[in-house]
Design a protein around this ligand. Structure first.
Ligand code: SAM
Length: 580
């Protein structure tokens, strides 16, 4: 039993290809933190990010500044290890902790690679395999196993040997699956394994050391998680033998978040006693063929309910036990989540698969050329037309098409005002159906994006500049009439409440939301509005608070959201922008 697992999660072993799985011995409400994994076997920033991300806590920092010319180099606020200069840290505490957690074993190797091969960093998988191989090559302390257990490093070494060994506690490697995946895949693994062995200085060991390293790589590919950071995107890999016992489902009951060097497993919906804990290894909202393609790396065919019955995102949402959590959200109309107003007759699932394939095949512009990006957005929107006709806004690739456009408009002088209806649309018509639990990070991120846009449009409204920056009279009129400060306060209360459940307490987005809320609460002359919103946040059924939220927040957000499609049609399909 991996030591990182608590007693209320039972490891079960069956002879099927799924082998081991984790089951609960108790029930848990949605949002419960089930386990934290603070001491991974491997936690690495990705490739070159080793020079811009603290190698221990994995926090990124501003762009590197020039070295000081002495024995150590300074990279922004990060300081490099003076010996290898290939691992950087945000402070001495992280540097010391990383030394104990594994840098002790790789420092000399990284220094040699820099000296002899001129490489400042290694590809993530190569560095990971080299780290493991160096660890496995260690003979252990002079005092034997018992002595090894006594010190923290020894404990880590024992776990490493167990995970990458052959015994019962060994990680699944799917080696036969990788071998059967074809010559190209197998050869590529060999190249990476060879590089790791060479860099680790173990080539002379003989005895099938490259073969051994390839098996290590197979285990890492099967069990390490891409450390997905909602702010910075992908930032490296994370492997814990306990976390690695959790199987995949496209309708998972749990999800992983990352907080610096710790992975946190939380319940995505209420979980019953005895249920298997599952997470999604991939973006589970893609159409089935795309999901199965993404899962090929794991060498199994998913037979979850979503796959068996080919359920789309709306069918999954309709059956979700997390729906009631939306009473306190921007989509409190629970009947809409249970009976979405879509027209399935307009597009078949096979057509959705075909749309997704063509959408993926569209070439992305290589630079920032605005015209090229617009052409791509137009082509994507045209491909998604059957989904638009069916009003299936939450079915990929439509929400991603809208999200990418919104993200680029947010920072565009010309388009920023139009980004607001789009982000309101995402937060009400796409996100709640795709991610039913309101504490999911992407739902919170879109709400915070709406708050920031409201702050921008609020300034334009106050200065009278709005009408000159926007030709959509409905949008101008709605913003002129809206109490944009109360809208911001309500969104902030939602973000802070749900962010505190589903994310790390020092998640940047959450910290920012907390500080913006404190600023708004201290504004003079808004005592009445604030008190009504506080009442609604305490109890979403509070009659006065709920009425205020409905009329001053939800109604304008729905109106803004209702402009999104005509704005998209005008900007992407050349239709006129309706003036009202
Ligand atoms: C991270 S491990 C999960 C633990 C694994 N079951 C074990 O016994 O070590 C990932 C591997 O587990 C298996 N697996 C995970 N989810 C599965 C599923 N839904 N159906 C079948 N096999 C699955 C696959 O072999 C996959 O490559």
């Amino acid at each position: 039993m991996p030591p990182s697992l608590p007693p209320y999660l039972l490891l079960q072993t069956s002879p099927t290809r799924r082998r081991r799985s984790l089951h609960t011995t108790a029930s848990f409400p949605a949002g419960t933190t089930l386990v934290t994994f603070p001491a991974p076997l491997l936690a690495l920033p990705s490739g070159p990010a080793a020079l811009t991300t603290c190698n221990y806590c994995l926090q990124t920092s501003p762009a590197p500044s020039e070295g000081t010319g002495g024995g150590s180099s300074s990279r922004g606020k990060l300081k490099a290890c003076t010996a290898c200069r290939s691992a950087v840290y945000c402070g001495p505490a992280c540097q010391r902790a990383h030394w104990r957690a594994g840098h002790r074993g790789e420092c000399a190797m990284l220094a040699r690679v820099r000296r002899e091969a001129g490489k400042e960093w290694l590809p993530t998988s190569v560095r990971a395999v080299a780290q493991v191989m160096v660890g496995l090559a260690k003979k252990g302390g002079g005092g034997g196993k018992e002595k090894e257990k006594e010190d923290a490093g020894g404990q880590g070494l024992l776990l490493l040997k167990e995970a990458f060994g052959e015994g019962e506690g060994a990680l699944e490697g799917n080696v036969d699956g990788f071998r059967a995946a074809g010559e190209e895949v197998w050869r590529d693994l060999e190249l990476q394994a060879t590089a790791a062995v060479v860099y680790a200085g173990l080539l002379g060991e003989g005895g099938g050391v490259v073969e051994r390293a390839r098996e290590v790589l197979c285990k890492i590919q099967t069990n390490a998680f891409n450390r997905l950071d909602p702010d910075a995107g992908m930032t490296g890999i994370f492997l814990d033998p306990g976390l690695a016992m959790i199987n995949h489902s496209c309708v998972p009951n749990a999800f992983i978040g990352f907080d610096k060097r710790t992975a946190v497993l939380r319940a995505a919906r209420p979980i019953e006693e005895g249920e298997e804990i599952t997470i999604s290894y991939i973006d589970n909202n893609l159409p089935r063929a795309a999901r199965h393609e993404a899962l090929r790396l794991y060498h199994f065919t998913c037979d979850c309910l979503r796959c068996k019955d080919d359920l789309d995102v709306y069918e999954v949402c309709q059956a979700s036990t997390a729906i009631p959590l939306n009473s306190f959200s921007l989509q409190p109309d629970l009947s809409k989540l249970r009976n979405p107003p879509i027209d399935r007759a307009k597009v078949t699932k096979a057509e959705v698969e075909a749309i997704y394939k063509k959408w993926q095949a569209l070439a992305k512009p290589e630079d920032d050329d605005e015209a090229e990006h617009l052409r791509l957005a137009q082509a994507r929107w045209e491909l998604c037309r059957p989904l638009v006709e069916a009003k299936m806004w939450a079915v990929e690739p439509l929400p991603t098409t809208i999200l990418e456009l919104t993200t680029s408009w947010q920072t565009s002088y010309k388009m920023v005002v139009y980004a607001l209806p789009l982000v309101c649309f995402l937060a009400t018509e796409c996100d709640p159906f795709k991610m039913v639990a309101p504490f999911m990070a992407w739902r919170i991120k879109d709400m915070v994006a709406a708050i920031k846009l409201l702050a921008v449009t609020g300034e334009f409204t106050a200065s009278g500049a709005l009408a000159t920056r926007c030709t959509h009279e409905g949008l101008v009129g709605t913003l002129a009439m809206a109490d944009q400060v109360s809208m911001c306060e309500a969104l902030l209360r939602l973000a802070v409440h749900h962010g505190s459940v589903g994310a790390a307490q020092d998640w940047e987005v959450l910290k920012e939301a907390r500080s913006m809320l404190a600023d708004l609460e201290s504004l003079e002359g808004r005592e009445q509005e604030s008190s009504l919103l506080r009442a609604w946040a305490r109890d979403p059924e509070d009659p006065e608070g709920a009425a205020f939220f409905e009329s001053q927040v939800l109604r304008p957000i729905r109106t803004l959201s209702s402009f999104a499609v005509e704005i998209l049609e005008a900007m992407l399909a050349g239709k006129s922008l309706v003036r009202r």
